[in-house]
Design a protein around this ligand. Sequence first.
Ligand SMILES: Nc1ncnc2c1ncn2[C@@H]1O[C@H](COP(=O)(O)OP(=O)(O)OP(=O)(O)O)[C@@H](O)[C@H]1O
Ligand SMILES: [Mg+2]
Length: 259
Amino acid sequence: MIASRVPLLSLRQITKRFGAVEALVGVDLDVYAHQVVALVGDNGAGKSTLAKVISGVLQPDSGLIEIDGDAQTIASPSAAHTLGIATVFQDLALCGNLDVTSNIFLGRELTDGGLLDDGQMEQVARRLLLDLTSRIPSVRTPLSELSAGQRQAVAIARTLIGSPRLVVLDEPTAALSVAQTAEVLTYIERLRELGHGVILISHNMNDVRAVSDRIVVLRHGRNNGSFDAATASYESILAAITGATSPDDEMVRRMAAFR
Ligand SMILES: Nc1ncnc2c1ncn2[C@@H]1O[C@H](COP(=O)(O)OP(=O)(O)OP(=O)(O)O)[C@@H](O)[C@H]1O
Ligand SMILES: [Mg+2]
């Protein structure tokens, strides 16, 4: 569902080189509120580089970034945060020895008269997890005692402080069990229901097709197809990822048989 015709985020002709490596060449991407856009592509296709450009970690060499139709420079991760862009990177960067609340507020602690306001932080942490429909029993549980799926919930809840509009998730289901993956997919659906735009980077085509509205393919740093997730065939997406000339290509048919 597209709530507004102005994209939350619009990238035009984004280019990024690392020396001789063309990581991104003229990449376009639109993400709307209430929309999950999957970003897929083979290893080295440029997905993480694009996520870093959007989250202010890397600066593009050229191209235009618009947020709500206004041209913006995303000069740093804190600038991205101010613009309403939150990212969960693949390594999560959470602290196992700290509890759920402390992880959600790490580096952004709430204070009251110069002291940490633990009561307020716990209350907000509970509400954010409830918003995600997460089933973590207590916000005082150390992170090391949670499942990998629950830890992903904490990482996603952490993005929700500061009321982001766009959430970027880099491989949130990599290394998760089937049940934990299903749990994380429900969080992504919740983010969409809450009105956020979501960019989901994933290697798992089943996850991507289950949860996304649009599937954008990168290949060798370039756009190589954009599909309506509801109607696109598995073979046509695979063909775009691999660079096959047609979904009937022998290699694509063999890969599709292994899904
Ligand atoms: N900091 C860097 N310095 C030099 N080259 C880089 C750097 N970061 C990425 N690259 C190169 O840019 C290209 C795109 O990499 P990127 O990590 O964005 O791909 P990806 O689609 O995320 O791949 P994967 O699926 O393996 O995570 C690759 O050729 C990679 O080697
Ligand atoms: Mg990557």
